[in-house]
Design a protein around this ligand. Structure first.
Ligand SMILES: Nc1nc2c(c(=O)[nH]1)N[C@H]1C(S)=C(S)[C@@H](COP(=O)(O)O)O[C@H]1N2
Ligand SMILES: [Mo]
Length: 508
């Protein structure tokens, strides 16, 4: 009898720890996929409408509390049962816990908003719970021996079980806290309406896009926008707790909070953002319409002093970038503290609630996401995250061009074929793009209308393709007459260079 009670306690403690571990993992993955939540949601979905209404009728707005209580009681009973059965026969109890985890996995998969990570918390719960159960049951005191009284192992077992349960409870609370924080951020983002810009920018003219199947769209959809950062999990900042400190070599340091920022007159600009890690022909480059407040005006308000030449921006977790003050102060360059991307609040991966966007500079020296601090300082005094790792201190974007179609290695039919792609030299602009077939002459391509000097431009050239294997190469010339160099350079330390080329076979 007593041993059965102890085993039941072991089962409950093991499941508590399993749920706690799953809850923490769910919290870190920043999605509402803790095992109990997904199972609860699945139960709600599976409950027939009539029964659902009856429950709501009886419990009113406490219907969720009722459901969670029900699940908790059920879980406790099953956990106790698992403990008792594990004592009778090894693996029997563990199997119950693993089946519980599997139910969580099934429930997670059926959630409409499930990502590939959604099953992880339930897997963790099952494995941790089963493992801990075996661990505890192994430490159970032996059958009571009337000659010895209380077995000495009993106390140590109780200590283990109590510690396990306590850690489980703490972990569950921790996981819940993490999940709530993420939920608060998600709710705030969903409820936030972007302020109207002081002057709305015109939509891209039709002539800025060329009609070629497979060419990169002029504006990148938020979901397709490239992503580069050092975050293991996507930060979920609650704007109510966000603020930006502007300080350092300034006369009037100040802190800006979310309501102050969003009340400022905003500007809209089309800007192509590029990563310094982008290879020749690579896709770590995208274009969006950004909404934000000019950094220049923030700096004006603070009053830059002395021989400052750089702004050291930090994200909430300490990632840093060093941007030349001249680029931020230039009235002709739309360096923004951005809050909107293509008409939406910034997506979480792209820096919600606020980030920097500076035309013409690679992201690692300028585009701080989740930005919370701007320190006016000097290049001589501070070194940023990537510069410490050996990347160049200054990161102006290099002129580049890319062939999007035909894709490398693709077979095409002889005759008229569009060779097309994009070219960029942000903040300078592109004046000419040329295409070469094999080692032949350079042919000038048609350029789409420039959207802005800060964005890429589409180009196309009609090729009369003859049968055989061919090699296509592209090169661009900037608005100031600079010809893109053919000298190949790797991304390290200050960006790739060289001409993009593709091989295609032409056959009917
Ligand atoms: N906080 C933070 N901001 C960051 C980074 C980062 O790792 N952490 N990466 C930078 C780099 S290297 C680039 S290229 C751009 C990419 O922005 P995106 O992910 O929105 O495309 O963000 C920049 N901002
Ligand atoms: Mo980057």
């Amino acid at each position: 009898m007593t041993r059965s009670w102890l085993a039941a306690a072991a089962g409950i403690a093991a499941v508590l720890l399993g749920l706690g571990a799953g809850g923490v993992v769910a919290g870190i993955l920043a999605r509402a996929f803790s095992p109990l939540t997904v199972v609860g949601a699945a139960i709600i979905d599976l409950t027939p409408g009539g029964l659902k209404e009856a429950v709501i009728h009886v419990f009113g707005e406490h219907d969720k509390t009722f459901l969670l209580t029900l699940i908790t009681v059920l879980v406790v009973v099953l956990a106790a049962l698992a403990g008792v059965l594990e004592l009778r026969r090894p693996w029997l109890g563990r199997t119950i816990i693993l089946v519980g985890g599997a139910i969580g996995v099934a429930a997670a998969i059926t959630r409409g908003d499930a990502t590939s990570l959604a099953i992880v918390p339930s897997v963790v719960t099952g494995i941790v719970g089963a493992w801990v159960l075996a661990f505890l049951v192994r430490r159970m005191p032996p059958e009571r021996d009337p000659r010895v009284g209380i077995a000495p192992t009993r106390r140590s077992f109780l200590t283990w079980a109590a510690a396990t349960a306590a850690i489980g409870v703490v972990a569950t609370l921790g996981g819940e806290l993490l999940t709530r924080t993420a939920a608060a951020a998600a709710n705030a983002r969903a409820a936030f309406r972007l302020p109207r810009p002081r002057t709305a920018i015109a939509p891209p003219p039709a002539a800025a896009s060329l009609d070629v199947p497979g060419i990169t769209p002029l504006i990148t959809a938020n979901g397709d926008f490239y992503r580069t950062d050092t975050e293991l999990t996507i930060p979920q900042l609650d704007p109510a707790k966000w603020s930006l400190k502007v300080h350092g070599m300034v006369e009037r340091p100040f802190t800006l909070d979310w309501s102050e920022l969003t009340a400022l007159p905003m500007e809209e600009h089309y800007v192509t953002l590029a990563c310094v890690s982008n290879e020749v022909g690579g896709d770590l480059i995208s274009t969006a319409k950004w909404l934000g407040y000019p950094v220049r005006l923030l700096l004006e308000r603070a009053g830059v002093t002395g021989d400052a030449d750089m702004v050291f921006s930090s994200s909430f977790d300490g990632w840093t970038a060093a941007t030349p003050l001249s680029a931020l102060n230039d009235p002709g360059r739309a360096a923004l503290l951005a809050i909107g991307m293509n008409g939406e609040p910034l997506p979480f991966v792209h820096g919600f609630p606020a980030r920097l966007v500076v035309p013409g500079l690679y992201g690692y020296v300028s585009a701080t996401k989740w930005v919370t601090d701007l320190e006016v300082t000097r290049f001589a005094d501070r070194t940023s995250y990537w510069t410490k790792q050996g990347w160049a201190e200054k990161g102006p974007v290099k002129i580049e061009s890319r062939i999007d179609v035909p894709r490398a290695g693709r077979r095409v039919k002889p005759g008229r074929v569009w060779v097309a792609g994009v070219a960029w030299d942000q903040h300078v602009g592109i004046s000419k793009v040329e295409v070469q077939v094999d080692n032949g002459p350079w042919h000038e391509a048609e350029l789409a209308r420039e959207l802005a000097a800060d964005t890429w431009v589409q180009w196309r050239w009609p090729w009369e393709a003859s049968a055989g294997n061919h090699h296509l190469t592209v090169r661009a010339t900037s608005a100031t007459g600079e010809l893109q160099t053919s000298t190949y350079a790797q991304p390290v330390p200050n960006g790739a260079s060289g001409w993009d080329s593709v091989s295609v076979s032409v056959a009917s």
